[in-house]
Design a protein around this ligand. Structure first.
Ligand code: AMP
Ligand code: MG
Length: 271
């Protein structure tokens, strides 16, 4: 886990992170896929306990550039969880009503309650990424948001939320390949937006924005992980490992609310 973890205030240069890295998972692809399957099953069992215990709240944030694999990671990693108790929140271009409020307004309504796991597909971090790159608000407005976000996430964690944040790191070559696939595969075509080509040209600006975001908002209470994401199978394995590891540490238990079941059993026997 430590290999991918960004230490608070650490200066981040994304060029130091290889999107093709295999890390601790040098094994064969087949071996990795097997391990990943086991982790998905473990995540399913942990989520069952999370829901039953109704104590902890889990928030998992995914950020990435276009084609970075947010949708694919969510589909793969959470395939064994019970949809009752797990929600995905997507953050798109804000609506006029959302824009009339502060940028955390729409986010706060989506955070997990007790026993819930909520997955953010994009998040409040867009407000220091796309908003910064496209100058949608002035510097003096977005630059205060790192502090707001840290404090917002601190409130959530002090109120019982466990937060994990993943940046899925791909390179420009891989993005080109994935855009071409979207253009060529009729099943992927719907994901292509002509504006994506313009966004791609801003990769350098996004890189800067991501680097500052990672440095300033990886905190003791809400850590960022930079995941090498050019290869889906290694990306999925790393994300699943970090989530399972974190949930295991919560030491969750099925509650035993009925201390003495005998009278109830007797009542059922006699009806
Ligand atoms: P997609 O995830 O491909 O469906 O696209 C969603 C789009 O919404 C992306 O281009 C995001 O950058 C954009 N978006 C999300 N949040 C914001 C925001 N707060 N301000 C402006 N654009 C946003
Ligand atoms: Mg898109």
């Amino acid at each position: 886990m430590e290999k991918y973890h960004i230490k608070p205030n650490a200066k981040v240069r994304l060029s130091d992170y290889d999107p093709n890295a295999l890390g601790d998972f040098e094994g064969e692809k087949r071996e990795c896929k097997k391990k990943f399957k086991q982790l998905c099953v473990q995540l399913g069992s942990l989520q069952k306990k999370l829901y039953a215990e109704h104590k902890h709240k889990i928030l998992i944030v995914f950020q990435a550039l276009d084609t970075g694999g947010k949708d694919g990671t969510i589909r793969a990693v959470f395939k064994k969880v019970n949809p009752q108790g797990v929600k995905v929140a997507n953050f798109k271009v804000p609506t006029p009503i959302e824009l009339d409020h502060d940028y955390l307004w729409r986010v706060h309504t989506k955070v997990p309650g007790k026993g819930e796991m909520v997955i953010f597909n994009r998040s409040h971090y867009e407000d220091v990424l796309v908003v910064r790159v496209h100058k949608l608000v002035p510097h003096e407005v977005w630059s205060k948001r790192y502090r707001h976000i840290n404090e917002f996430e601190q409130i959530l964690t002090e109120e019982g939320t466990t937060i994990l944040k993943f940046f899925l790191h791909i390179d420009l070559e891989e993005q080109k390949k994935r855009f071409l696939e979207r253009l060529e595969d009729p099943q992927k075509n719907w994901k292509f937006n002509p504006k994506d080509i313009e966004e791609r040209k801003l990769w350098g600006k996004y890189k800067e924005a991501y680097e500052e975001m990672l440095c300033r908002t990886s905190t003791d209470w809400a850590p960022w992980f930079v995941v090498p994401a050019n290869r889906n199978w290694i990306r999925n394995l790393i994300v699943a490992s970090i989530i399972v590891n974190t949930l295991n540490k919560l030491d969750m238990h099925f509650p035993n609310l009925i201390e003495n079941p005998e009278p109830y059993k007797a009542a059922l026997e006699s009806d």
